[in-house]
Design a binder for this molecule. Structure first.
Ligand code: CP3
Length: 339
């Protein structure tokens, strides 16, 4: 078993950082489209353990990666709570019945993993039989899930969420608390099924001002992670450079840093807490030599211990395969022992 990831997460000495990247299974790989087009939709793919396991393995056949992430989506738990979710080609996820008023929360049920989302456990069971690298499980963080459930989809300014949050702060807290408890149970179930690490995706928390982040998103993320044991817990936020000083209050064991934050600054603020990241996914559109230079700079800035190489956000659908090769090769060629 390749345990480079787990050693880096424990800040043990490693010759080079482990490398994997968010959304590593997906549309930039032609073989993903073949599986995806054989099924009626994206959710059908998530809910078919055999196919979800297959697309999880696809990037590992092409690139020498040090970790894998189970194929699924952060919006599966809200769908299991009874929300009407559809993934629309070219538009992304849509909830047809958004939560716009506290009374809408009555519709939400408390799902169980085994009863309402068994596919994720079955996919993990298939993968742990086959993988020789650690497998990540994941969940959306409470604020990010609440944002999708209230907006009804993606958003630029999140005004529906902010209206709900400021008009009904108590109900909003209650929604976050419910989501946090579901996240915690869901992450623990993924660890119990065989995941070696878990990641909480708080993609949209960066839409908040620092005070609102500390009042709503941060305590909800902390509650989600509080009772999760048995594997390292990572926390990702985007546009989060102004929140760096408080990230440790989430209680996570390591932090994924987006590309707008200089790795040197992240290190300075977070001390020796393990960090993950943080190449701009857009840099993969550039020439291989530029990618290699940027990779080396990030590794040097992060330093020899407690760094996991990753992108600063998910890999995009138009990413050139050669760009990914350049990134992975540059990390694998690094050797701290030779410096
Ligand atoms: O390989 C992996 O990383 C595991 C799979 C994974 C997916 N989504 C598959 C997916 C993971 C970890 C996610 C997380 C996720 N999903 C997040 C958090 C991370 C982030 O990127 O910010 C968010 C916000 C979502 C919600 C979501 N799901 C969106 C906004 C979209 C549409 C994106 C788009 O560009 O159209 C999805 C769909 C989705 N999730 C796809 C994949 C491979 C594309 C679906 C398709 O095949 O059409």
């Amino acid at each position: 078993m390749n345990d480079l990831l787990l050693r880096a997460l424990r800040s043990e000495p490693v010759p080079r950082p482990p490398v994997w990247y968010m959304r590593q299974a997906g549309r930039y790989l032609p073989e993903y489209h073949t599986v995806r087009n054989s099924l009626p939709g994206f959710l059908a793919l998530c809910r078919s353990p055999k196919d979800a396991a297959e697309v999880t393995l696809q990037p590992l056949r092409r690139f020498k990666l040090d970790a894998s992430i189970v194929f699924n989506d952060i919006l599966v738990p809200p769908a299991a709570m009874g929300m009407d979710l559809e993934f629309i080609k070219g538009k992304g996820p849509v909830f047809h019945d958004p939560i716009r008023d506290p009374s809408d929360m009555k519709r939400l049920k408390m799902p169980t993993v085994a009863g309402d989302m068994p596919h994720v456990l079955d996919t993990i069971a298939i993968l742990t039989e086959q993988l020789d690298v650690p497998l990540f499980g994941f969940a959306g963080a409470p604020f990010t899930l609440a944002a999708y459930m209230i907006e009804g989809g993606g958003s630029r300014d999140f005004l529906h969420v902010k209206r709900f949050m400021w008009q009904h702060p108590k109900a909003f807290q209650e929604l976050l608390t419910r989501l946090a408890d579901i996240c915690g149970i869901y992450l623990q179930a993924q660890i119990d099924a065989g995941c070696a690490a878990v990641q909480l995706f708080d993609t949209w928390a960066g839409a908040l001002d620092p005070t609102a982040y500390r009042r709503f998103a941060l305590p909800a993320a902390r509650r989600a992670l509080a009772n999760v044991t048995g594997a390292p817990r990572l926390y990702f936020t985007k546009d989060s450079s102004c929140f760096l000083p408080w990230l440790k209050e989430t209680g996570a064991d390591a932090f994924a840093i987006d590309w707008r934050t200089d790795m040197l600054r992240a290190r300075h603020v977070l001390g020796d807490t393990p960090v993950m990241g943080n190449l701009d996914p857009g840099a993969l559109q550039g020439p291989p030599e530029l990618i290699r230079t940027k990779v080396r700079k990030i590794i040097q800035q992060a330093g020899p211990t407690g760094h996991i190489f990753n992108l600063g956000h998910g890999v995009g659908p138009t990413t050139p395969i050669d760009g990914v090769h350049a990134m992975v090769d540059a990390v694998r060629e690094w050797d701290w022992n030779k410096l």
